[in-house]
Design a protein around this ligand. Structure first.
Ligand code: SAM
Ligand code: SF4
Length: 323
């Protein structure tokens, strides 16, 4: 479906839970966030009904996120049901990777196409610090099993924070050469817990030039499902390197997405708090056509671009929106 700015909207990010097993410092406060009651969270069959309605409006790719999608019970069943929908060509997932080692095989078998794994450091102690509790070995186990299961391309999301992990930019670049991994550097966005430390972001031009001082980057046109990243290959490398500059240079003109929160609100833009309730109508018995009309309204409300530079005045944090 086309929005008011001639963009084709075909991608839906669904936060399937607001819960998480980690507490990444830029995403959540140490104490977590007040969780919605189970009754407030969309049930799995409701997510499937909404995805079917979305499919009838032109959505053909779905990404499951959260919170941590792999803490949701029966996530494999959900993937299986979503992958069966005729309109949906691809179901993917963004995860912190901790539980991927035990679930990757079943997810692949259920129809999951690929995974993005969030990993901001290659150092064990630093990983525990940023996540406040995570074990880096579990993430590596998850990465290995995801690769072996064929959940490819496996992309690694690296949020770069000045003075914290910007000394590892070249280590991640090397990883893209030595392993079949697609590293995507992401600018820290002033959302939720990170809003107070917005100054910590490193502009993408700076990250790219630090990589280019050591490696020759060749533009890559056709890594399927690029999304907002601008991608490059390093000669002889197995993977690729992508740059996502949400802050320093808008990619809003290429935006193709809607977001569905775990509590059933459609969000036309990550950085805009205008939300449209779809759970209420669904529970009140709306037909598939009526639900599709709500999706169409959300598409028509998409703003031309975000205004992150004006600051974050919302109560939601990233784990409630899904990244
Ligand atoms: N728990 C899953 C994970 O960490 O991959 C999925 C949800 S998480 C909210 C989705 C993505 O948002 C992660 O890659 C995370 O690093 C990113 N993220 C969270 N807060 C961010 C911020 N303030 N700026 C940029 N990216 C952020
Ligand atoms: Fe959890 Fe993902 Fe947020 Fe980290 S970034 S706290 S793993 S939702």
């Amino acid at each position: 479906m086309e929005d008011n700015f001639c963009r084709q909207i075909n991608y839906l990010r669904i936060a399937i839970t607001d819960r998480c097993n980690l507490r990444c410092r830029y995403c959540m406060p140490a104490t977590g966030v007040p969780l919605k009651s189970h009754e407030d969270i969309l049930r799995l069959e409701e997510i499937v009904t909404l995805a079917r309605a979305a499919g009838s409006t032109g959505i053909n790719r779905i990404r499951l996120t959260g919170g941590e999608p792999l803490v949701r019970k029966n996530v494999v069943t959900l993937v299986r049901e979503l992958a069966k929908l005729p309109a949906i060509k691809e179901v993917s997932l963004t995860t912190n990777g901790i539980f991927l080692g035990s679930l990757a095989g079943a997810l692949k078998e259920a129809g999951l196409s690929r995974v993005n794994i969030s990993l901001d450091t290659l150092k064990k102690e630093r990983y525990r610090y940023i996540t406040r509790r995570g074990n880096l070995n579990s993430v590596w186990q998850g990465i290995r099993v995801a690769l072996a299961a064929g959940l490819t391309p496996v992309k690694i999301n690296v949020v770069v924070t000045r003075g914290f992990n910007d000394d590892e930019i070249l280590d991640f670049a090397r990883l893209a050469i030595e392993e079949p991994l697609h590293i995507r550097f992401i600018e820290l966005m002033p959302i939720g817990a990170a809003a107070a430390s917005a100054g910590g972001y490193v502009p993408m031009d700076e990250i790219k030039s630090r990589v280019e001082r050591v490696y020759h980057l060749e533009p890559l046109a056709d890594l399927a499902t690029n999304g907002p990243a601008v991608n490059f290959k390093v000669a002889g490398g197995q993977g690729s390197i992508g740059f996502i500059s949400a802050m320093s240079s808008h990619f809003c003109h290429r935006c193709n997405r809607l977001r569905l929160t775990a509590d059933g609100k459609l969000r036309p833009c990550l950085y805009w708090d205008g939300e449209i309730d779809v759970k209420g109508p669904l529970r009140a018995g709306a037909s598939e056509a009526e639900l599709a009309a709500i999706f169409a309204r959300a598409v028509s409300l998409k703003p031309a671009e975000h205004h992150m530079e004006t600051g974050w005045r919302q109560t939601r944090v990233m784990s409630q929106i899904g990244g």
